[in-house]
Design a protein around this ligand. Sequence first.
Ligand code: ADP
Ligand code: MG
Length: 246
Amino acid sequence: MLTLKHITKKFKDKTALNDVSLELDPGIYGLLGPNGAGKSTLMNIITGNIRPTEGKVLWDGADIRELGGRFRSLIGYAPQQQGLYNSFSGRRFLSYMAALKGIPKKEVSSEIERVLSYVNLQEAADRAVGGYSGGMKQRILIAQAILGEPKLIVLDEPTAGLDPKERVRIREQIKELSGDKIILVSTHVVSDITPIAKEILLIRSGNVIDRDTVESLCRKYGESRDLEEVYMHIFGEEEHHAADSF
Ligand SMILES: Nc1ncnc2c1ncn2[C@@H]1O[C@H](COP(=O)(O)OP(=O)(O)O)[C@@H](O)[C@H]1O
Ligand SMILES: [Mg+2]
């Protein structure tokens, strides 16, 4: 169980997260909101990469700051910024990540084969990551996130920049991960997450304004049958501005 207690994050005078409290049990959650809403900041705090200004994150009741290395081995994280080692082969990238995660040496090679086969990259595994397509890069990022079978998987916009076919493929791969894990996936594309999410967390300007099943959200906001309409109803204006700024 993952618990966020009164998480606030300020960057100088900018409040990126404003008193967010959440409890998540196993399942797939979609973190949905426009650019700048605070999705990446929230994910960086959950994974312990940045410290909140206020509040804490608990794993099964224990502060992740106190769990330290033990928490590291429980989580898998695919960041939004692709910090990929372009000259590395896929296999070498995974073995480097396995070492960083402290996966026991004896298990590394079988674990790498497991995650490669999971994301269907066995055949490309010895080619340089720099030559991969956008979809393949996202898949190798997911592969490193699931090394060591973490109980908490955090994927920051895993479908960004992908074509429709790849988006579906990534979505199906995330769906297969579920089981006893907590999986948090951020996106600003509604259809990437609605078919697989147990619940959607709506985030706007640093506030998690609601969390519920797709069905309930549709009922709550304007008796719409389609979360896309709900999203436009809530975020339409902001999405418009975000699009304008490109
Ligand atoms: N390192 C940082 N320094 C200053 N401001 C930041 C930093 N990271 C994020 N922000 C600001 O915090 C807000 C939330 O950003 P972010 O979490 O990246 O949103 P999202 O992932 O939903 O697009 C934005 O206004 C962004 O400009
Ligand atoms: Mg982001």
